[in-house]
Design a protein around this ligand. Structure first.
Ligand SMILES: NC(=O)c1ccc[n+]([C@@H]2O[C@H](COP(=O)([O-])OP(=O)(O)OC[C@H]3O[C@@H](n4cnc5c(N)ncnc54)[C@H](O)[C@@H]3O)[C@@H](O)[C@H]2O)c1
Length: 338
């Protein structure tokens, strides 16, 4: 259960100083350890004052079992017990690691998230999925478990690089396409310039909306057995593109959505008018390129955990707000994209 996932999202809530520190009010004198990365530690030293901390290298490579082992050895040195509390302060990598290690240490400690990237605020910190990678296999080891709280402070996004901000926007655009056009798509189209300039009021609205969209979907299918998989729109292709091109997750998701759109169009599920409307929408946010999948992408695609034998269950859309599933053999995907 998220105690208060929307906390600090309204402009009226923003007071002097960093709202991320508001987590202190939830700690109840528990022995608390903050897990974070080197960038956050450098940029926001005030968040760490008075706390034990574990500072990890930033980046996807940190999401490994080796890191989990390292954190557990630090937990032991810090004498944590079952009443201790763990905070993950960082992007999706830190949230995924924190949720996982807190869930398995001593059969589970309580934890909270202070996500610091747009992607983590609207996606990674919401929905209860935690875990690490296993070699090339993304998110192969993990668990479902929810934090006690999630605090999203849009002010943190001011220090985010353009590339990482764009990555978060990629996931925002995904929500806009899998939900009713009036929910988000129209709003994003109308406010593009303000969004690109990180306008706080607009970001407040967007974060709140995306948290609500994801929470509603997850509530219908908390353990990812069916319906929730519409959130994977673009993701089967994103994972291989992210790995081979070495680009942030959300940017790869947009490339993945473009490939899924092409398949939907070539298979007659999506008309050209809607496809063009979506492609112009992407372009407005700077996503104007596409990627042609190569053999090396297909090799990783074959290892995708969403595949069923030699087929893959793709999320396609038939129109804005009308996601659907389409299972097809991986070899056919090659032909369809020629
Ligand atoms: N659990 C889930 O449901 C879920 C959903 C989506 C994505 N994810 C995972 O999230 C990860 C990607 O997360 P991400 O995009 O946040 O990347 P990330 O966690 O790697 O962060 C990106 C970079 O931004 C830096 N950074 C973070 N906050 C900052 C700030 N406020 N100012 C300046 N720099 C900052 C980090 O140090 C890092 O270098 C992937 O591993 C993905 O699998 C998980």
């Amino acid at each position: 259960m998220n105690k208060n996932p929307n906390k600090n999202i309204d402009n009226s809530d923003i007071k002097i100083g960093l709202q991320a520190i508001a987590f202190k009010e939830f700690l109840d004198n528990r022995h608390t350890v903050i897990i974070s990365d080197e960038n956050l530690f450098r940029l926001y030293p005030e968040v760490f004052e008075d706390f034990d901390k574990i500072i990890l290298p930033s980046g996807e490579d940190t999401k490994s079992l080796k890191t989990i082992e390292f954190i557990i050895s630090e937990f032991v040195k810090l004498n944590l017990d079952r009443n201790s509390f763990i905070i993950g302060f960082g992007g999706g990598v830190i949230c995924d690691i924190t949720g996982f290690v807190a869930s398995i240490f001593m059969r589970g400690l309580s934890f909270g998230f202070v996500p610091s990237t747009l992607l983590a605020q609207i996606d990674a910190a919401i929905g209860g999925k935690n875990g690490v990678n296993f070699g090339n296999h993304k998110n192969y080891i993990g668990c479902f478990n929810n934090p006690e709280f999630v605090i999203c402070d849009p002010i943190l996004l001011n220090t985010l690089s353009d590339q990482e901000y764009k990555s978060g926007l990629g996931e925002v655009l995904k929500y806009a396409l899998i939900t009713n056009k009036n929910e988000l798509f129209t709003y994003l189209n109308k406010n593009t310039e303000l969004i690109l300039n990180k306008n706080q009021k607009i970001l407040n609205f967007i974060i709140k909306k995306c948290v609500q969209i994801k929470s509603d979907i997850v509530a219908k299918d908390p353990f990812d057995k069916g319906f929730r998989q519409i959130l994977n729109f673009g993701h089967s292709f994103a994972h291989c593109v992210e790995k081979i091109e070495n680009i942030p997750h959300g940017i790869a998701v947009v490339y993945g959505m473009k490939i899924a759109l092409k398949i939907a169009f070539n298979e007659g599920f999506l008309n050209s008018e809607c496809q063009n409307e979506i492609l112009s929408f992407f372009a407005k946010f700077g996503f104007d390129k596409e990627i042609i999948l190569r053999d090396e992408h297909f090799e990783i695609l074959k290892g995708d955990k969403k595949k069923n034998s030699d087929s893959i269950k793709l999320v396609i859309i038939r129109d804005i707000g009308k996601p659907d599933f389409y299972e097809l053999p991986i070899d056919d995907i090659k032909d369809l994209l020629k």
